[in-house]
Ligand binder design. Sequence first.
Ligand code: SF4
Length: 448
Amino acid sequence: MGLTGIQIFKLLPKTNCGECGVPTCLAFAMNLASGKAELDSCPYVSDEAKEQLAEASAPPIRPVAVGAGVRSFKTGGETVMFRHEKTFYNPTGLAAMIASDVDSGSLDKKLKEWNALQYERVGLNLIPQLVALKDVNGDGAAFAATAKKIAEESEFGLVLMSDNVEALKAAVEACAFKRPILYAATAENAEEMGNLAKESGLPLAVKADKVDDLIALSDKLTGMGLKDLLLDSGSREMKQVFEDQVAIRRAALKTGNRSLGFPAITFPCEMASNLDMETVIAAMLIAKYAGIVVLSDFKGENLFPLLLERLNIFTDPQRPMTVTQGIYEINGPDENSPVLITTNFSLTYFIVSGEIEGSRVPSWLLIMDTEGLSVMTAWAAGKFAGDAVAIFVKKSGIADKVAKKRIIIPGYAASISGDMEEDLPDWEVIIGPRDASLIPKFLKDFVK
Ligand code: SF4
């Protein structure tokens, strides 16, 4: 359980110096208890108090770092049940399973295919992160060799899945530098697996048959000094897995149950007989509340929708995605190129800039900060009004880059043209298309 504000206050210096940004230690204690402040903001907390306070300031679900390099990620660290309350922070890790008896050629082919599944969206590169390597025949040497090959020859992180602790040890020696997840500690092998995870400093998945049994196992492992755990509630039945995910998240957040305060690892690949059904289950688990989802394969048609869902679920709903205000050069513009303007909502930017790029017409694109609102919303909110746009055009410096002062505004904001013409008397204001898909034709006609 986390500490209360008063309990935290007792551990603070009580000098009320105000350096933490609030006037009193009591106010800081209250903020810390409610997760609104970071312990590091007070420079005067003693080491002893820090240790005790770390509990109070730690997220109720521990963030666990997985992998190394470009596909590394954090899972867990969540603080709310529903994303409209605040936000979900650490996107679900996606894994595809491969058997340890895979031959070298097939493994190369798979890794190449999976590596190619990368998608650009709103300026982000959407990728899956993990390969789950399953020991299928007890051949520890083959298991370790395959783990080594995946770790050394691909960007992917690993989930090492074996009941055989010796096989896991060999695999850890081969690929510890990639910070793989060890799967899994059970009631039967918790001691040995715990020791291996502790010696190697790697995250350890814990598997039980039901949530209650997970608590005992998790307590045993944390008692051994382990911190980075992942939870597998054991069920492979859709309704039960859903209930387990909700129960684990609720216990960690609402009752402060530290035994369940870890991200969950889930296995749609063991819950369905085909990839489409796995994808449906994975979609549910990304929303509710899996830290890692393991599929039997990555195929573009299944992976892409999951990556998009993940992007949407883990985007802060209270903070629109934005791009930086400024002048953007597209297709190498010069002084005779047209100038277009739109808002800094990133979806707007990427659609408009993509259409301009596709037109092959060299152009200047002005992006105005409208706090991440799209054109119509910004216009309705008065953030894309004629006078404000005119001020931005003047300040942007675009006038120094073009010979003819002509600016194309979005068709949906046609009504601002009058005010713009008044405030920019030496500019010609041209109303562009309403729909971005019409930009290429518009630009080609315009420059003719
Ligand atoms: Fe108190 Fe520390 Fe804040 Fe100073 S910085 S008011 S000592 S909590």
